[in-house]
Write a protein of this length. Sequence first.
Lengths: 333, 315, 290
Amino acid sequence: MEDKIVLKVDHLKTFFKTKSGTLPAVNGVSFTLRSGEILGIVGESGCGKSVMSMSILKLIEKYGGKVQEGSSVELNGRQVLNMPERLMCDLRGKEISMISQDPMTSLNPVFTIEYQMVEMIRRHTGMNKKEAFAHAVEWLNKVGIPEAQKRMKEYPHQLSGGMCQRVLIAMALSCDPQVLIADEPTTALDVTIQAQILDLLRKLRDSMNGAIILVTHDMGVVAGMADNIMVMYAGKAVEYGTKQQIFKTPRHPYTQGLLASVPRMDKQEDKLYAIPGNVPNLTQKIEGCIFRDRCNQCIEKCAVTPPPQYLLENGERVRCWLYEKEAKEVCDE
Amino acid sequence: MKKYIIKRLLVMIPVFFGMTALVFFLSNMTPGSPVDAMITPEMGAADIAAMEHKMGLDQPIYVQYFKWLGRLFQGNLGYSYRTSQPVLRVISERIGPTLMLTLTVLVVSVIIGVGLGVIAACKPYSVWDTLASGVSFIGSGMPGFFIGLLFIYIFSVKTGWLPTGGMYTNANTQTLGDLIKHLVLPVLSLSLSSAGSFIRQTRSAMLEVIGEEYVKMARAKGMLERTVLYVHALRNAMLPIVTCIGMSIPGLVGGAVIIEQIFGWPGMGSLLVLSVSYRDYPVIMGITMYITIAVLVTNLLMDLIYAVLDPRIRN
Amino acid sequence: MKNTNSKRRNVFLKDAVGRFLRHKVAMVSLAILTFEILVIVFLPMIVKLDPLTSNPGQFAVGPNGQFILGTDDAGRDIFARIIYGGRVSLSVGFVAAFISAAIGVPLGLLAGFYDNMIRGIIMRLVDIFMSFPALVIQLVLVTVMGASAKSLMLVLGFLGWTSYTRLIYSKVLSVKEEVYVEAARATGATNLTQMVKYILPNSLAPVFVTFSFAVAGNILAESGLSFLGLGVQLPTPTWGNMIRDAQTLSTLMYRPWMWIPAGIILVLTVVCINFVGDGLRAALDPKIKI
């Protein structure tokens, strides 16, 4: 049971048609998520993390994106990408749900907390109004909202940002989903509240029977939370491994750069490291490796051919020419 | 909520005084003094002065204003020069038809405008969107009187489908069906221009709201698309739309004046035009006052609707 | 600092002009309007057009070789009346819009700049004027002042200032928080200098947009009043009082040339001006709401 695969993403490619050309926002991402797992997805803003979340929920088309043929997202063994919208609506919120970056704007300002929670619970569980209300209150208690009964009658503007995020978490988990996508759940919050929310998510993971995808740009957040980590750069997964592997022996130069740029308490540093350069413009065709311009370990090959993803002995995957020799096999492309 | 209503009422007080002062100022600008009508050739300057004193015309202007306001509250608006009847009576017969016309227009234009605007926003670049921009294009550019005349030309003169004007065909046919038949053309010609601005406002408000994070969230929690659009998005988009509807009401009243004239609708508008051509100032001022009060009341109503729709204002 | 300020403005202006030129509908509308204005202004200088004299024995004739749009009940050339009527309608529209801007812009500037009584009074006045049905006041004022093109200009001009004030006001609120204004304040610029030199030039975008919509609105208002017989008086032609002919049922039914061309040219003009306004808004500031 522990090892049941709840979500399998394969070769996910999502692109946007823009005036200046096609923009491949997600460019061939694959991973599997097992129940109970927390997968951290890390990358700079604009690397395609949020587009990926929306693609998994099959919502990206509403926002102008298109998932390319050949991509696959399996939720509990069912293919999501060709699922009729009506059925997909039944799954969203019930088997897979999401909490988003900005809790203050993610709740509808003109409806009470009660309305927004009960509406969703009733949609997915067939409870009546009273049962749904009780269920919602129970969840508000679980996420640590005091005076839950009273809060139910309030409007989002009456709550603080941290409270709103708790409500959103309660809402997202209220129908017992197998997968929770937390898209930058703490970015908009104060530091102390951030810690509380992460703590809450960690606790809830133990009690829920699902998995969490934690999308963030903050290495510090995944360090405390994730079991496995996927590092994304410009729409591609550049490295995938367990938390220990990523933090102890980062392979990809980008991952190394990210880790080097985290300020550390335990070392005296004069200058904070920053990866030079900027994320490339994806509408332009890039020869060779996408990270080449910013990489400090570039070899000749990098300029010519984009590296494939290598599977290493220890199960780690990395997309970099430097590991061609020690690689066990090339996985996909 | 109570606090909000009181606040709105307090805000309304200076607006009320401002508006009535404006009307009073206008009526004072009208040529001739009310005494003129009563002067006889044998009266001397002293007699006229005595009469002016009797009528309070020698008092300072602000005293005259408050006295006028006092009379106004007692329903005393003077007598019509044209028919010599009390202004209140002359006007009151005309209120019903005008209210009927403007309220119908309001309902119809909100239904057309908000309806088309929502559909246009939900299905951008579809046939509906094209239709909506067509209607708003005609509505914003075509003056109501030209639309009205074209409608009469097409639907009454050429095809004979609908009557050219009036409220009933004759005194013996005062049925609802007959009334509706007479209402169709004036209502449509007046509705187009307000519907046009409602369409644009609704479309842009909906498009803005649909891009909001809470709409994304509603979709992510599995709500059906129609619930997302017509409940989550529309409820929020209604806020700017209500403001727009409120702001369109003065324009609508102005439009009704012209439309009533074209269609021979027996309302305050055609009375106003008639009174203007007879220079029947007491009636003109009476009508202006009535319209002023009506607009103030609708403004308050709009504020209340706004508060009902937006919890952030209520609390 | 002043240098970068004006440089920034130039870049913005260049972008805005580019955006406007790319707005196809606005460009077509502008072309039509330019053509129309040229015809209205210059055609009477080239060809002899007489809008006032009635041609004996030529009453209410349909379009023909001599009168391309026919004649009216009094035997006057409809085409000539449309051209001359355009002169009246357009000048009323533009002059009134200028008057409104001259009143509304300074008031909006003051209301936005001063966060005190001045703002309260001005904005309350805006409320009062905006909640009045414009047509009713216009009607009363024009009657009092005597119906003519001149009094229409004044009445429409003096009543139309609110939309400028409202938009300038909200623009100034944001502009006065900009760094360059703060810098000017810090370096001891007087209130007047701040307003005129720094805030006003950066708050002008809504003025151009409002101006074009105001011209269209004034033309509509003028035609409405003239249509009611309470605006520009016969024999001076305007599009509105030409359409008034259709109030007689026989003209409406049997002589469409008397009123439909005037109506069409009126609608075309108003729609084109509105589109130009839309193009300006898109080019200058898409967030402006009229």
